[in-house]
Structures are given as C-alpha cells and as structure tokens.
Design a protein around this ligand. Structure first.
Ligand code: FAD
Length: 480
C-alpha cells in the first residue's frame, strides 16, 4: 500500500469573527490544487466500502480518480450519474457518519475528504454550460408532491427515464428544507437554484403555491388531471413543542418558524422584505441537532449578543454534524449540556425573560440507543433570555393523509411505504424522505426519491401492452 498523508486537506473557511455577523458562506471550497492533492490520498480499494456507505451509491473512487488526473468533465459525469444534487450533498451531507466513516484510510488516518471533493467537482460543473435537456419518451405523466430533496430527485430521475413530471410545491419557492431550513451561510441559494435549474432544463415542471390536500386533493391528480403515478415527498415540517409553561409567550419560536422567516422570507432584510423577526440580546435554542445548530448560528447573525444551546443530554449524544458544531464554537455559541427546560418565564408584559431548567445526569441507554437523561433533585436554575427557540424535532404534517382515503400511516404520522420501492398502501402512489422516515437527512431523502423513481418506471412498464414483435414472452424466450 502506498504511503498516504495522514490528514485531510483542510477546507478553507472564513474568519469566525467576520462570518458570525453575515450570511455569506462559511466554507470557501477547495481550489483545483487542493482537490488534486486530496484526491491523491484515495487508496482506490478493491472493495470500495465507501460506495456502500453512500445512500445513493456514488462510485466514489472513480470520481476521485478523475479529479486526481484532472479530468473534471468525467468527474462531474460520474458524480451526477448517481447523485442529482451533488453541490448540495457536498455541502450538507453528514459524511463523517456515512462514506467517510467507512473509508479504509480512516482505520489509521483521517478519511479522504469525500464531501469536500464532491463539492469541488459540483462547483466546477456550475461554471460550465448546463448540458441537460428534455427527453420525454413515455406517454404517462407523473405527479410529485413536495419540492424537497426526495421529490426533486424522484422528479429528476423520472425525467431522465423519459417521463413528463410535474412537481407541486406548497410554498412559493422549491427546495423544501434546503430553501427554508438550511441557512445561506451553509448552503447558498444560488447553488440550490442551479441544481433545480438542471432539473427544469431536463423538462421537470415545478408548480409552486399548490397545497395538495387543500388546493387539489391527491385523488384529483390521478382521477381528474390524468397522472399515472404519484410520488409523495412532503417531508416532516410540523414542529414539536415541549408542552411547558410559557411556550406561548412573545419571543418564543419554533426553529421552523424562525428559520423560515429568515431564509425564505428574508427577515434579515426587513423592512426591505415584508417579514420581521425579533431577536433580543440573549437567545436560547433548545436541542442539539442540525436544526438547533443552524438556528443558534442564525440568531448570532441576526444580532444576538449571547446565543446558546440548551440540551438535556451531553455533547456525546448531540446529533448535529461535527463541522457545524465546530463552527458554532468558533463563532462564540455557548452550550448548556445536561440542562432540561421546565418553564419559560414572563417579563410581566407577555415577553420571554428567562428559562428555568433543572440539571440532568446520564443513565442507561433508552429506546433511541442514547444515554437516558435523569433529573438531579433540587438542581433548578434560571438562564436570563430574551428569546427561546425550540429545535426538538418535527413530524409529518397530517394534512395530506387526512384528506386522502386509504393512505396508511404509523403511530407517529409517517407514511407506511415499502423500504425498497416506496410503494404506499395506495395503488401507484409512492412516498419517500422525511414523510416516511421522520426527520432524517438530505441524502437519505434523495436515495428514497431515486429508488421510488425506478419502482414507478418498473410499475408503469409492467402495465404497458407488449409491442408486437418485441418484448414480452416471445423475446425473453428467444434471448435465453
Ligand atoms: P423536505 O425537505 O421537508 O421537503 C418537503 C417539501 O414538501 C417542502 O417544500 C414542503 O413545503 C412541501 N410540502 C409539504 N406538504 C405539502 C403538500 N401538502 N402539498 C405540496 N407541497 C407540500 N440533513 C442533512 O443531511 N444535512 C444537514 O446539514 C441538514 N441540516 C438541516 C437543517 C435544518 C434546519 C433542518 C430542518 C433539516 C436539516 N437536515 C439536514 C435534514 C434534511 O434537510 C431533511 O431530511 C430533508 O430535507 C428531507 O427531504 P424531504 O424531501 O423528505 O422533505
């Protein structure tokens, strides 16, 4: 085995003191020299376990080899053949728990920076003319509900297979969480717009401001508008609350509302934009996942002097990406670990003024596999705050299932769908992404959209009459 450099080529980043006050992207991206230098570290293993660690099965060693030899068109082609959203996944995927976690180098050194290389290639591709074009070869048209990563990937894969696809999106802009949840400083919206533009260039039609279950029903799509199959990618956008006193006070937000106001409605440009958001001096964000980390860092950028995470477990149980956590620390975010919120205190005029908490210790693992937090008696304390933002999880919005007969869900409101095909309890209605799994990741949603597109194609192909002289039994018989 050739000797490889032990450490990843670091991602160039902007200075914490500057970036913590604006929305410009934190990571600056590799240069060509960085990318080729890092690509040389790949061992090109005989059994590339990194590929099985990737939910969309990117041929990782192949695209990295193309980078190493400087063949960027080939690298871009290989990447896009497996992942229709590479510029996004290169920025937001939790590579440390997926492809990079199983990289053979990781046994002794730091793994190859697969995510940084993916981003480099996808950003190179964005500097080139867009090559995509429509190629509709099938008579059947397909409807996709929701323009998040699962719906967009499903639509793109179906367009590639020759179908006319219409995506219906409830909001006024496509992208799902990529648009309204993940902030500009992690995922610039021109990157998202470019990736969506590729899909539109392939013929995918995106119709915004249509709520399926209100503007139209799911059955309207198949019975009135003539869609042969439907993919549901409606996500899990309904925020959960703690159900503690004071949650209705002014200054208390769900992370979804707070981030949507800033990212989608551009509250940071208020009064040039229509939507304000009121951020005080001290902001407490409850939770420690990606949503919490995005929220706390956004509150700094919105002017908070003190932005803190309050979490009832410890740092070890935190689910946020390591990079986001490191960046939050560098930007001055503080952390109250093992602190369980009990009440949001009123300043006497209906505004939040404090967060009363109790201290916790960790016990045995619970059903989630993480150490269970246990209250420490007589350990209450109060943190003075002006805002409390809840980032403790989301569930699927029940609107669609309440207005569609025969669409089965589990106890938490997630759609029941076959793991491989995404087929729901309704004929030719498929689903994937957070609507099925509950809140998860972009790449898992993308993988589900990709698998469902294949299954929709198979299901529709099976219903077509065999062409005379081709296909069907006679041909397969003669091919044996
Ligand atoms: P969504 O992205 O939620 O998209 C669903 C879309 O459907 C939305 O646009 C919604 O408006 C639309 N819709 C809903 N109901 C209807 C309806 N009835 N009719 C029409 N349209 C409808 N994952 C990562 O991998 N890395 C990260 O760094 C990361 N950071 C995150 C940060 C935040 C703040 C959040 C909230 C999530 C983050 N995630 C991250 C998780 C990831 O974004 C989601 O798992 C992913 O977006 C799910 O994709 P989806 O297509 O299933 O749903």
């Amino acid at each position: 085995m050739p000797v490889k450099r032990a450490d990843k080529t670091p991602m160039p980043v902007r200075q914490a003191a500057t970036r913590a006050h604006d929305f410009v992207e934190v990571n600056r991206g590799y240069t060509l020299a960085h990318a080729r230098f890092e690509a040389e570290r790949c061992l090109r293993c005989q059994d590339p376990v990194c590929v099985s660690g990737c939910p969309v099965g990117i041929p990782i060693p192949d695209f990295i080899h193309a980078v190493e030899v400087g063949d960027m068109p080939a690298a871009a082609r290989i990447l896009r053949s497996a992942n229709p959203l590479p510029a996004i996944c290169g920025r937001v995927c939790p590579q440390e728990s997926q492809c990079e976690a199983v990289c053979s180098l990781a046994n002794r050194f730091s793994p190859v920076a697969i995510g940084h290389l993916e981003r480099y290639v996808a950003d190179w591709e964005r500097t080139q003319p867009m090559l995509a074009q429509p190629n509709i070869t099938h008579a059947e048209k397909i409807a996709v509900i929701g323009a998040g990563p699962s719906g967009l990937v499903c639509a793109g894969q179906l367009a590639q297979r020759g179908y006319a696809v219409t995506v219906y999106e409830a909001l006024h802009a496509p992208g799902g969480v990529l648009r309204y949840g993940i902030p500009e400083f992690r995922l610039p919206k021109d990157v998202l717009d470019w990736e969506i533009g590729v899909l539109q260039a392939m013929g995918v039609e995106i119709v915004c401001n249509v709520i399926i279950g209100k503007t139209l029903t799911l059955d309207d799509l198949t019975e009135r508008l003539g869609f042969a199959a439907v993919f549901i990618g409606t996500g899990a956008g309904l925020p959960q609350f703690l159900d503690i006193p004071g949650e209705n006070l002014n200054g208390v937000y769900s992370a979804n509302e707070f981030l949507t106001r800033v990212n989608l409605m551009r509250a940071h440009d208020f009064p040039e934009s229509d939507t304000p958001v009121r951020v005080g001096r001290r902001v407490a964000v409850i939770g420690a996942g990606n949503t919490a980390m995005d929220t706390v860092r956004t509150s700094l950028r919105m002017g908070a002097e003190e932005a803190m995470i309050v979490y009832r477990r410890s740092e070890a149980e935190m689910s946020a990406r390591v990079e986001e956590y490191d960046h939050a620390i560098e930007e001055g975010v503080t952390f109250h670990w093992l602190a369980d919120p009990l009440e949001i205190l009123d300043d006497g005029s209906g505004w939040a003024a404090g967060l009363r908490c109790r201290r916790m210790r960790l016990g045995e693992a619970d059903a989630s596999g993480r150490a269970r937090p246990i209250p420490i008696p007589a350990s209450e304390f109060t943190i003075p705050v002006d805002n409390v933002i809840l980032a403790i999880g989301t569930t699927p919005n029940p609107l669609l299932t309440r207005t569609t007969s025969g669409l089965a869900t589990n106890a938490t409101g997630c759609l029941l769908a076959d793991e491989q095909t995404g087929l729901t309890s309704k004929t030719l209605v498929f689903a994937g992404g957070d609507a099925v799994t509950g809140a998860a990741t972009v790449i898992l949603a993308a993988g589900a959209g990709k698998r469902a597109a294949g299954a929709i194609d198979d299901a529709l192909a099976a219903r077509r009459p065999a062409k005379p002289g081709r296909g069907g039994y006679a041909q397969s018989h003669s091919e044996r």
